[in-house]
Each structure stands twice: as C-alpha cells, then as structure tokens.
Design a protein around this ligand. Structure first.
Ligand code: PRP
Ligand code: GLN
Length: 496
C-alpha cells in the first residue's frame, strides 16, 4: 500500500538541492562479516543518510537488519550485530533516487528464489527501471517495494540460466543506466559495474577475504588492502568452496565501451581521502582550485572555503594565487549535510545552523569565497550575506565546477531543471546580483577535466560522465518519456 505521507514528503524533496547517492559494502568468508560491514558503511555514510541495511548468511540461513537513519545510530549496538551472524555480508547506505523514503525500500533487498536466497544492494539508478517494472507487473509480478532495484530480483527469478550468478548476469544485462551492485547468495558474493562505469566500485582484501565497496575509504577504516577497481561492465563472482577456499571469477558480459566515470564523484560526492578510478579525490579537488585561480583571478586579502565541500579547492586557489587561506567560516559538525531537511524553508534554516562567520578572519577584508558547486544557490546567497554581515569589504565567489543546467538520472537526486540556479538567470551578471557577490566565476568544463584527468574534454569521446554540466547523457533515458516519472513508482503500485 502506498504510504501517502512518504509520497508527500517525496514531492517536497523533489524540489530540493543535489542529493547523495548510495554506498555499498560486501565481504565474503570472514567471521566478523557483519561488524566489518557496519564499519564499512560508517565510512560510506556521506553517500546516503536516509537508511542503512545489512544482510548476512552463515551458509544455511539469511539474516537481515534494516533501519531508517544513520549507521552509527543502529549498528553500534552489539544486540543488533548479534542478529547478523555468518561469514558473508552485504550492506547499503541509502539516499533514494527511485521510490519513497520507507523501510520497504531500504536495501539490501532480499528474495527467496528457485536457486535459493539472494540479496542485492545497488548504488545508482536504472534508466529503464520503470519501463521494465510496468512490464513485470503486467506479467503478474508482485512488487514488494517501489525501488528500481527490485526489478533486478524479478529478472533473476525469471531467468532461464541455471546458476544464481548466471541469472544475476542475465538480469543486469537487461538494465540500463548507472549501477554499482553487490549480490549475495549462501555461498557467493558478486560485484558488478555498469557498462561505462558511472558509479564507483572497488575490490579489497582483509585477511585474504575479498571485499567490494563503493570507495576506498571503506577499506581504510578496517585496515583492508586495496586490490583494484571493478572495471566498467565487469562482473566479479567470489565463491566460498566447501573446504573454505575462495574462488574468484571475473567476467565481462557486457559489450566493451570506454569508461566514463561520473565527474560529480570528484566534485562533491566521494570522500576526499578516497581514490576513485585511480585518482585521489582530494588532489582532484585541489587541482580544481588551482585551475579556478588561473581562469578567474581576483585581487583579494583572503581565500575562505565554504566547508566542507569547498575546502580542498580553496587550498588550491590560495596556493596558486598566493592569497592567504583562512577558515573564515566555521562549520558545526553536529549538523548533517544540508539536504537532510525535507523542505526548502527548513533547509534555509539548516544552512544557518551549519555555518557561522569567523569575524576575526573576515572583517575589513576582500574575501574570495570558494565552494565546490552551486545547485539552487541557497547556500551561496546565505553565505555571501553572512560574510558581508561579518564586515567583509568585498566578497568574490569562485565555484570549483561549471554551472549545473541538467538533472541526473544515474543515482544523484537532483532538483527539477527549473529549480537549478543556472536555469533561472540569463547570464553570469544576473546570477551574481542574485547571490549578492561583488564577482562570481565558475570553473570551465575543460578546467574541471584538466583538474581530474589532466586533459581537456574530448568533445568526440568525453572521458567522464558530465551531463549535469553539458546535457550530454551517456546512455538513453528510456523512463523519461512524456508519461513517465520515475518518482511516481509508488502511485503506480497503488493504482496498478
Ligand atoms: O546551491 P545549493 O542548492 O545551496 O547547493 C550547493 C551546496 O550544497 C553542497 O553543500 P552541502 O550543503 O551538501 O554541504 P557539504 O559541502 O558540507 O557537503 C555544496 O557543497 C554547496 O555548498
Ligand atoms: N542513490 C542511489 O544510489 C539509490 C539507489 C536506488 N536507486 C534507490 O533509490 O534505492
């Protein structure tokens, strides 16, 4: 049954700013599988704060715990972890992109199938999820959630392949869009990445046991060794054998395409201490600041980051420009990422709770403010005013990414097109007036490419996924037809 309250909240969320993605973590063959998964999810908390879930198996039964809220609020309790015995585990931190914020959509999703139990955890979004879901429902499928991820379970159930891993591969070959997925059976841990590698996924090892997770920071927290990134279009199947040994089978079932990782992982999503597709996120962000200083210099007394996202770019800007870096804004770390608040009104309030001006570093100065991105402009308007109120003589805003014009359909929850600040102003001057800054500049798309990958954007074959800036969507968007709205999955479920 549709949870009306959740649907209403969702409608409000639709108009909000950029949202997180999800984080996945899995380990096979370790006696402390659940605890290690909880720690891994804790390191991936920045990728999704709505809910977290863990599924484990001891080879006989499956055990599931799913909770709304933060990892630390639930999975630090020994009683909760005691309900998750076994040596194979997958976990998920969720920020919803399809389906409402409700327990039934919290991942991992689990189903008992002809081939046995299987759990899946997904970071990303399927661009044909709604289309396939409608076909499945018309065919008699009974959907238990409104998440796009559930489609994969139905396709595994219907596959004619014999083994669970072949059925999983069969299922994901029918999916389009962005995904890093983990699946788990009584004996297997499977990892898969979409054909162009939009979402990140890495492989590690602890005590000889394989781990898959969204970012390397989840390996670091448990002292695991990084092995390699899962390649775009690759599926890696790890299986525990009766003698306790582990087999690893890497396959490439999708037709080969050039990799195009998501640029926004570097701009905003990934943790700065992570290494994504072989590149340090921190170094990339600092480089963004260096290029920004070269492209848009300004005479000023102090470079001030908008913490936390803008800090590495501000350091790069300060080093390149020679202008001193100072913490002119202090962030209250007991307030979560701003978007957690469901309404625009509360979000604006949240921004005030989160940042306060460090007057001693600002009063009487010409300030260069550096932030990583502007989405709706809520943060910029508040912060520029706050810096002026603290006595700044001039406020110059520098943004370490290009203007955002287009929504995402691959796992980032973006506001509607018309809510994006870049679409509300005819030119930079108008946007600058709205924000209230003395000057405003964005990093160019080539500057961003150079900062992350060392080369400018290849117009014929872009090296990264960058549609939010350019409108160049790397896959077809089957669900975005006139009559479709992936957000309305729960309405479909209640009326269908
Ligand atoms: O233009 P807006 O709609 O305000 O969105 C952009 C702001 O949102 C993000 O920060 P967030 O609040 O997520 O905090 P963080 O930098 O600490 O992650 C980003 O770093 C910008 O500051
Ligand atoms: N942000 C994500 O990666 C979301 C995963 C999935 N589409 C969900 O909504 O649960």
């Amino acid at each position: 049954m549709t949870d009306l309250r959740s649907s209403e909240i969702h409608d409000e969320l639709e108009g909000d700013t950029l949202h997180e993605e999800c984080g996945v973590f899995g380990i096979l063959g370790h006696p402390d599988a659940a605890t290690l998964t909880a720690l891994g999810l804790h390191a991936l908390q920045h990728r999704g704060q709505e809910a977290a879930g863990i599924v484990t198996t001891d080879g006989k039964q499956f055990y599931t715990e799913k909770r709304m809220g933060l990892v630390g609020d639930h999975y630090t309790d020994p009683a909760t972890l005691a309900k998750l015995p076994g040596y194979i585990s997958i976990g998920h931190t969720r920020y919803s992109t399809t389906g409402e914020v409700a327990l039934r959509n919290v991942q991992p999703l689990f189903a008992e199938l002809e081939v046995g139990g299987i759990a899946v955890a997904h970071n990303g979004n399927f661009t044909n999820g709604l289309t396939l879901r409608r076909q499945l429902i018309a065919d008699g499928a009974i959907c238990q959630s409104t998440s796009d991820t559930e489609v994969v379970l139905h396709l595994i159930a219907r596959s004619k392949q014999a083994s669970s891993s072949d059925r999983f591969i069969d299922a994901i070959r029918q999916m389009e869009g962005g995904y890093s997925m983990l699946a788990m059976t009584r004996t297997k841990l499977i990892a898969a990445r979409d054909p162009i590698g939009i979402r990140p996924l890495v492989m590690g090892e602890l005590d000889g046991k394989p781990i898959f997770c969204s970012e390397t920071c989840a390996l670091d927290i448990i002292g695991a060794k990084y092995i390699r990134d899962i390649e775009n279009g690759e599926v890696v199947i790890c299986e525990i054998q009766p003698d306790g040994s582990i087999s690893v089978d890497a396959r490439k079932p999708q037709s080969a395409q050039p990799e195009r990782p998501c640029l926004f992982e570097y701009v905003y999503f990934a943790r700065p201490d992570s290494v994504v597709a072989g590149r340090s996120v921190y170094v990339a962000r600092k480089n963004m600041g260096v290029h920004l200083a070269e492209e848009s210099p300004i005479d000023a007394d102090v470079v001030v980051p908008v913490p936390d996202g803008g800090t590495p770019a501000a350091l790069g800007y300060a080093q390149r420009s020679g202008i001193p870096f100072e913490y002119g804004i202090i962030r209250n770390h007991y307030v979560g990422r701003t978007f957690i608040e469901p309404t625009q009104q509360i979000r604006a309030f949240g921004v005030k709770l989160k940042h306060s001006a460090n007057r001693a570093m600002i009063a009487g100065k010409r300030v260069v403010l550096v932030d990583d991105s502007i989405v709706r402009g809520t943060t910029s308007v508040k912060i520029v005013q706050m810096i002026r109120d603290a006595g700044a003589r001039e406020v110059h805003l520098r943004v370490a990414s290009p203007m955002i014009f287009h929504p995402d359909f691959y796992g980032i929850d973006t506001p509607d097109r018309d809510k994006l600040l870049a679409n509300q102003h005819a030119d930079l001057a108008s946007m600058c007036r709205f924000i209230g800054a003395d000057s405003l500049a964005f990093l160019s798309i080539d500057g961003l490419y150079r900062a992350v990958g060392g080369e400018p954007r290849n117009r014929q074959a872009p090296q990264f996924t960058d549609h939010y800036f350019t409108g160049d969507y790397p896959t077809r968007l089957l669900d975005q037809g006139a009559s479709n709205n992936v957000r309305k999955l729960s309405v479909l479920a209640s009326n269908g």
